[in-house]
Design a protein around this ligand. Structure first.
Ligand SMILES: Nc1ncnc2c1ncn2[C@@H]1O[C@H](COP(=O)(O)OP(=O)(O)OP(=O)(O)O)[C@@H](O)[C@H]1O
Ligand SMILES: [Mg+2]
Length: 284
Protein backbone atom coordinates (compact mmCIF):
# COMPACT_ATOMS: atom_id res chain seq x y z
CA UNK A 1 0.00 0.00 0.00
CA UNK A 2 1.46 3.42 -0.92
CA UNK A 3 2.27 5.48 2.14
CA UNK A 4 3.85 8.87 2.76
CA UNK A 5 7.12 7.12 3.57
CA UNK A 6 7.08 5.12 0.33
CA UNK A 7 10.58 5.20 -1.12
CA UNK A 8 10.06 3.42 -4.43
CA UNK A 9 11.32 5.37 -7.48
CA UNK A 10 8.94 8.10 -8.50
CA UNK A 11 7.06 8.12 -5.22
CA UNK A 12 9.36 10.10 -2.99
CA UNK A 13 9.50 13.79 -2.19
CA UNK A 14 7.75 16.31 -4.35
CA UNK A 15 8.24 14.50 -7.66
CA UNK A 16 4.90 13.76 -9.32
CA UNK A 17 3.82 10.13 -9.25
CA UNK A 18 1.52 10.58 -12.25
CA UNK A 19 2.69 12.76 -15.13
CA UNK A 20 0.51 13.88 -18.04
CA UNK A 21 3.01 15.29 -20.52
CA UNK A 22 1.86 17.25 -23.56
CA UNK A 23 -1.02 14.86 -24.30
CA UNK A 24 -2.87 15.50 -27.57
CA UNK A 25 -5.76 13.45 -28.92
CA UNK A 26 -7.75 14.02 -32.09
CA UNK A 27 -10.72 11.97 -33.22
CA UNK A 28 -11.44 11.77 -36.96
CA UNK A 29 -9.85 13.55 -39.89
CA UNK A 30 -10.31 16.71 -41.95
CA UNK A 31 -13.45 18.80 -41.50
CA UNK A 32 -14.98 16.25 -39.13
CA UNK A 33 -11.95 16.09 -36.80
CA UNK A 34 -12.43 16.84 -33.09
CA UNK A 35 -9.44 17.79 -30.98
CA UNK A 36 -10.52 16.29 -27.65
CA UNK A 37 -7.32 16.94 -25.66
CA UNK A 38 -4.96 19.67 -26.79
CA UNK A 39 -1.42 19.44 -25.42
CA UNK A 40 -2.28 19.07 -21.74
CA UNK A 41 0.43 18.73 -19.10
CA UNK A 42 0.13 18.40 -15.34
CA UNK A 43 1.31 16.11 -12.55
CA UNK A 44 -0.14 14.49 -9.43
CA UNK A 45 2.20 14.14 -6.47
CA UNK A 46 2.17 11.17 -4.09
CA UNK A 47 -0.76 11.45 -1.70
CA UNK A 48 -2.23 14.40 -3.59
CA UNK A 49 -5.91 14.71 -4.58
CA UNK A 50 -6.27 16.45 -7.93
CA UNK A 51 -9.52 17.07 -9.82
CA UNK A 52 -9.90 17.81 -13.51
CA UNK A 53 -12.96 19.93 -14.14
CA UNK A 54 -14.47 21.19 -17.37
CA UNK A 55 -17.78 21.53 -19.20
CA UNK A 56 -19.54 18.63 -20.91
CA UNK A 57 -17.73 17.49 -24.05
CA UNK A 58 -14.43 19.21 -23.25
CA UNK A 59 -12.40 15.98 -23.29
CA UNK A 60 -12.38 14.82 -19.66
CA UNK A 61 -13.32 11.18 -20.32
CA UNK A 62 -10.87 11.08 -23.22
CA UNK A 63 -8.14 12.10 -20.78
CA UNK A 64 -9.41 9.50 -18.25
CA UNK A 65 -9.26 6.75 -20.89
CA UNK A 66 -5.77 7.80 -21.97
CA UNK A 67 -4.44 7.80 -18.39
CA UNK A 68 -6.15 4.47 -17.73
CA UNK A 69 -4.41 3.04 -20.81
CA UNK A 70 -7.74 2.28 -22.53
CA UNK A 71 -7.12 4.60 -25.49
CA UNK A 72 -3.97 4.29 -27.59
CA UNK A 73 -3.01 6.43 -30.59
CA UNK A 74 -2.40 9.75 -28.94
CA UNK A 75 0.54 12.14 -28.86
CA UNK A 76 2.55 12.96 -25.75
CA UNK A 77 3.13 10.70 -22.77
CA UNK A 78 1.54 9.52 -19.56
CA UNK A 79 4.07 8.30 -17.00
CA UNK A 80 4.04 6.73 -13.57
CA UNK A 81 7.26 7.96 -12.07
CA UNK A 82 9.57 7.57 -15.05
CA UNK A 83 7.70 4.63 -16.60
CA UNK A 84 5.62 5.39 -19.68
CA UNK A 85 2.09 3.92 -19.67
CA UNK A 86 1.50 1.84 -22.80
CA UNK A 87 -1.84 0.26 -21.79
CA UNK A 88 -3.79 -0.57 -18.61
CA UNK A 89 -1.27 -0.43 -15.76
CA UNK A 90 -1.64 -2.24 -12.41
CA UNK A 91 -0.66 0.96 -10.58
CA UNK A 92 -3.80 2.69 -11.84
CA UNK A 93 -7.17 1.69 -10.35
CA UNK A 94 -10.17 2.98 -12.30
CA UNK A 95 -13.69 3.82 -11.10
CA UNK A 96 -16.24 4.53 -13.84
CA UNK A 97 -19.38 6.64 -13.90
CA UNK A 98 -21.62 3.78 -14.97
CA UNK A 99 -22.88 1.14 -12.64
CA UNK A 100 -20.21 -1.54 -12.63
CA UNK A 101 -21.00 -3.95 -9.79
CA UNK A 102 -21.72 -7.59 -10.64
CA UNK A 103 -25.42 -8.08 -9.78
CA UNK A 104 -25.01 -11.83 -9.25
CA UNK A 105 -22.31 -11.44 -6.59
CA UNK A 106 -22.73 -10.29 -3.00
CA UNK A 107 -20.91 -7.17 -1.79
CA UNK A 108 -18.02 -9.18 -0.36
CA UNK A 109 -17.69 -11.30 -3.51
CA UNK A 110 -17.78 -8.15 -5.66
CA UNK A 111 -14.99 -6.54 -3.66
CA UNK A 112 -12.88 -9.72 -3.48
CA UNK A 113 -13.17 -10.30 -7.24
CA UNK A 114 -9.87 -8.67 -8.34
CA UNK A 115 -8.02 -10.77 -5.74
CA UNK A 116 -9.75 -13.90 -7.00
CA UNK A 117 -8.53 -13.08 -10.53
CA UNK A 118 -5.03 -12.75 -9.17
CA UNK A 119 -5.31 -16.16 -7.48
CA UNK A 120 -4.89 -14.80 -3.94
CA UNK A 121 -5.60 -17.32 -1.14
CA UNK A 122 -9.11 -17.22 0.32
CA UNK A 123 -8.07 -15.89 3.74
CA UNK A 124 -6.21 -12.96 2.16
CA UNK A 125 -9.15 -12.26 -0.15
CA UNK A 126 -11.60 -12.13 2.73
CA UNK A 127 -9.33 -10.08 5.03
CA UNK A 128 -8.65 -7.45 2.41
CA UNK A 129 -12.24 -7.34 1.18
CA UNK A 130 -13.48 -6.86 4.80
CA UNK A 131 -10.95 -4.09 5.33
CA UNK A 132 -11.98 -2.08 2.27
CA UNK A 133 -15.70 -2.70 2.80
CA UNK A 134 -15.25 -1.25 6.30
CA UNK A 135 -13.35 1.69 4.88
CA UNK A 136 -16.20 2.65 2.54
CA UNK A 137 -18.71 2.19 5.39
CA UNK A 138 -20.54 -0.93 4.21
CA UNK A 139 -19.56 -3.31 7.03
CA UNK A 140 -23.15 -4.47 7.63
CA UNK A 141 -23.92 -5.08 3.99
CA UNK A 142 -21.37 -7.70 3.00
CA UNK A 143 -23.92 -10.42 2.24
CA UNK A 144 -26.29 -8.15 0.30
CA UNK A 145 -26.61 -8.14 -3.47
CA UNK A 146 -26.22 -4.86 -5.41
CA UNK A 147 -29.97 -4.77 -6.16
CA UNK A 148 -30.57 -4.51 -2.37
CA UNK A 149 -28.43 -1.36 -2.09
CA UNK A 150 -28.91 2.30 -3.00
CA UNK A 151 -27.04 3.86 -5.94
CA UNK A 152 -24.60 5.58 -3.58
CA UNK A 153 -23.88 2.28 -1.78
CA UNK A 154 -23.32 0.48 -5.08
CA UNK A 155 -20.81 3.14 -6.09
CA UNK A 156 -19.03 2.60 -2.75
CA UNK A 157 -18.84 -1.12 -3.60
CA UNK A 158 -17.16 -0.19 -6.91
CA UNK A 159 -14.69 2.06 -5.08
CA UNK A 160 -13.86 -0.70 -2.54
CA UNK A 161 -13.42 -3.19 -5.40
CA UNK A 162 -10.90 -0.84 -7.03
CA UNK A 163 -9.08 -0.08 -3.76
CA UNK A 164 -8.73 -3.78 -2.84
CA UNK A 165 -5.97 -4.05 -5.47
CA UNK A 166 -4.15 -1.25 -3.62
CA UNK A 167 -3.47 0.83 -6.74
CA UNK A 168 -0.88 3.56 -6.34
CA UNK A 169 -3.16 5.92 -8.24
CA UNK A 170 -6.95 6.01 -7.93
CA UNK A 171 -8.50 7.37 -11.14
CA UNK A 172 -12.22 8.19 -11.12
CA UNK A 173 -14.46 9.54 -13.90
CA UNK A 174 -17.60 11.25 -12.56
CA UNK A 175 -18.19 8.46 -10.01
CA UNK A 176 -21.00 10.37 -8.29
CA UNK A 177 -22.70 11.85 -11.35
CA UNK A 178 -25.81 9.70 -11.05
CA UNK A 179 -26.35 10.52 -7.35
CA UNK A 180 -28.43 13.22 -5.68
CA UNK A 181 -26.64 16.21 -4.14
CA UNK A 182 -26.92 15.10 -0.48
CA UNK A 183 -25.63 11.57 -1.20
CA UNK A 184 -22.87 13.12 -3.27
CA UNK A 185 -21.73 15.34 -0.37
CA UNK A 186 -21.80 12.49 2.13
CA UNK A 187 -19.95 10.21 -0.26
CA UNK A 188 -17.45 13.05 -0.58
CA UNK A 189 -16.91 12.77 3.20
CA UNK A 190 -16.21 9.07 2.75
CA UNK A 191 -13.69 9.80 0.01
CA UNK A 192 -12.00 12.37 2.27
CA UNK A 193 -11.70 9.78 5.06
CA UNK A 194 -10.25 7.22 2.67
CA UNK A 195 -7.82 9.79 1.31
CA UNK A 196 -6.68 10.59 4.82
CA UNK A 197 -6.29 6.98 5.94
CA UNK A 198 -4.59 5.61 2.83
CA UNK A 199 -2.78 8.76 1.76
CA UNK A 200 -4.21 7.71 -1.61
CA UNK A 201 -2.94 9.54 -4.70
CA UNK A 202 -6.15 10.38 -6.54
CA UNK A 203 -7.19 11.96 -9.84
CA UNK A 204 -10.90 12.73 -10.03
CA UNK A 205 -12.60 13.75 -13.27
CA UNK A 206 -15.74 15.77 -12.60
CA UNK A 207 -17.93 18.58 -13.82
CA UNK A 208 -19.19 19.26 -10.29
CA UNK A 209 -17.57 22.34 -8.83
CA UNK A 210 -18.64 21.82 -5.18
CA UNK A 211 -17.29 18.29 -5.25
CA UNK A 212 -13.98 19.41 -6.78
CA UNK A 213 -13.42 22.15 -4.18
CA UNK A 214 -14.56 19.91 -1.28
CA UNK A 215 -12.11 17.13 -2.14
CA UNK A 216 -9.08 18.54 -3.92
CA UNK A 217 -5.64 19.85 -3.16
CA UNK A 218 -5.50 21.22 -6.70
CA UNK A 219 -8.02 21.67 -9.48
CA UNK A 220 -7.09 21.51 -13.16
CA UNK A 221 -9.60 23.61 -15.13
CA UNK A 222 -10.08 22.63 -18.79
CA UNK A 223 -11.32 24.78 -21.66
CA UNK A 224 -14.22 23.71 -23.88
CA UNK A 225 -13.09 22.17 -27.16
CA UNK A 226 -10.29 21.87 -27.83
CA UNK A 227 -9.71 20.64 -24.27
CA UNK A 228 -6.75 22.67 -23.08
CA UNK A 229 -5.47 23.44 -19.63
CA UNK A 230 -7.00 26.76 -18.65
CA UNK A 231 -5.72 27.10 -15.11
CA UNK A 232 -4.57 25.13 -12.07
CA UNK A 233 -6.03 26.33 -8.76
CA UNK A 234 -4.53 25.38 -5.37
CA UNK A 235 -7.23 24.74 -2.78
CA UNK A 236 -5.75 25.83 0.54
CA UNK A 237 -8.60 24.66 2.77
CA UNK A 238 -7.42 22.93 5.96
CA UNK A 239 -7.47 19.14 6.20
CA UNK A 240 -8.97 16.97 7.58
CA UNK A 241 -12.06 18.28 5.79
CA UNK A 242 -15.68 17.24 6.00
CA UNK A 243 -18.71 18.33 3.99
CA UNK A 244 -19.16 21.12 6.60
CA UNK A 245 -16.42 23.02 4.79
CA UNK A 246 -18.98 23.63 2.02
CA UNK A 247 -20.63 26.31 4.19
CA UNK A 248 -17.45 28.33 4.82
CA UNK A 249 -16.57 31.71 3.26
CA UNK A 250 -13.25 30.42 1.94
CA UNK A 251 -15.12 27.60 0.16
CA UNK A 252 -17.53 30.07 -1.43
CA UNK A 253 -14.61 32.16 -2.58
CA UNK A 254 -13.00 29.21 -4.42
CA UNK A 255 -16.30 28.19 -6.01
CA UNK A 256 -16.92 31.74 -7.27
CA UNK A 257 -13.38 32.06 -8.60
CA UNK A 258 -13.41 28.78 -10.52
CA UNK A 259 -16.99 29.29 -11.69
CA UNK A 260 -16.03 32.50 -13.47
CA UNK A 261 -13.55 30.44 -15.54
CA UNK A 262 -15.93 27.55 -16.07
CA UNK A 263 -18.87 29.76 -16.94
CA UNK A 264 -16.99 31.16 -19.91
CA UNK A 265 -16.17 27.64 -21.13
CA UNK A 266 -19.63 26.19 -20.45
CA UNK A 267 -21.22 29.10 -22.38
CA UNK A 268 -18.98 28.35 -25.35
CA UNK A 269 -20.10 24.72 -25.11
CA UNK A 270 -23.78 25.69 -25.10
CA UNK A 271 -23.38 28.03 -28.09
CA UNK A 272 -21.54 25.28 -29.95
CA UNK A 273 -24.32 22.76 -29.21
CA UNK A 274 -27.00 25.23 -30.36
CA UNK A 275 -25.09 25.96 -33.56
CA UNK A 276 -24.76 22.27 -34.38
CA UNK A 277 -28.52 21.75 -33.80
CA UNK A 278 -29.20 24.72 -36.12
CA UNK A 279 -26.85 23.27 -38.78
CA UNK A 280 -28.62 19.92 -38.60
CA UNK A 281 -31.99 21.70 -38.88
CA UNK A 282 -30.82 23.67 -41.95
CA UNK A 283 -29.72 20.43 -43.64
CA UNK A 284 -33.28 19.22 -43.23
N1 LIG B 1 -14.51 7.61 -29.80
C1 LIG B 1 -14.76 8.86 -30.21
N2 LIG B 1 -14.87 9.14 -31.53
C2 LIG B 1 -15.10 10.40 -31.97
N3 LIG B 1 -15.24 11.48 -31.15
C3 LIG B 1 -15.14 11.24 -29.83
C4 LIG B 1 -14.90 9.94 -29.27
N4 LIG B 1 -14.85 10.04 -27.92
C5 LIG B 1 -15.06 11.34 -27.63
N5 LIG B 1 -15.22 12.06 -28.77
C6 LIG B 1 -15.44 13.51 -28.85
O1 LIG B 1 -14.40 14.15 -28.12
C7 LIG B 1 -14.93 15.24 -27.38
C8 LIG B 1 -14.64 15.04 -25.90
O2 LIG B 1 -15.40 13.96 -25.42
P1 LIG B 1 -15.30 13.44 -23.90
O3 LIG B 1 -16.23 12.28 -23.77
O4 LIG B 1 -13.87 13.22 -23.58
O5 LIG B 1 -15.85 14.72 -23.11
P2 LIG B 1 -16.23 14.87 -21.56
O6 LIG B 1 -15.56 16.10 -21.11
O7 LIG B 1 -15.96 13.62 -20.85
O8 LIG B 1 -17.81 15.12 -21.62
P3 LIG B 1 -18.93 14.79 -20.49
O9 LIG B 1 -18.78 15.82 -19.40
O10 LIG B 1 -20.21 14.98 -21.24
O11 LIG B 1 -18.71 13.39 -20.01
C9 LIG B 1 -16.41 15.30 -27.69
O12 LIG B 1 -16.60 16.23 -28.73
C10 LIG B 1 -16.73 13.91 -28.18
O13 LIG B 1 -17.80 13.94 -29.08
MG1 LIG C 1 -17.14 12.27 -19.71
Amino acid sequence: MASPSDTRPGTSGDEPLLVVDNVYKRFGEGADATIAVDHMSFGVKPGEFVSVIGPSGCGKSTLFNIIGGLLGEYEGEVRIGSERIMGPHPAVGMVFQEESTFPWRTVIDNVAFPLELRGAPKSERLDKAHHFIDLVGLANFEKRYPSQLSGGMRQRVSIARTLVSEPRILLMDEPFAALDEQTRLLLGDKILQIQQQLHQTTLLITHNLTEAVQLSDRIVVMTYRPGRLKRIVNIDLPRPRTSEVVGSDAFGHYVAEIWSDLREEASRGMLDAEASVARRGARG
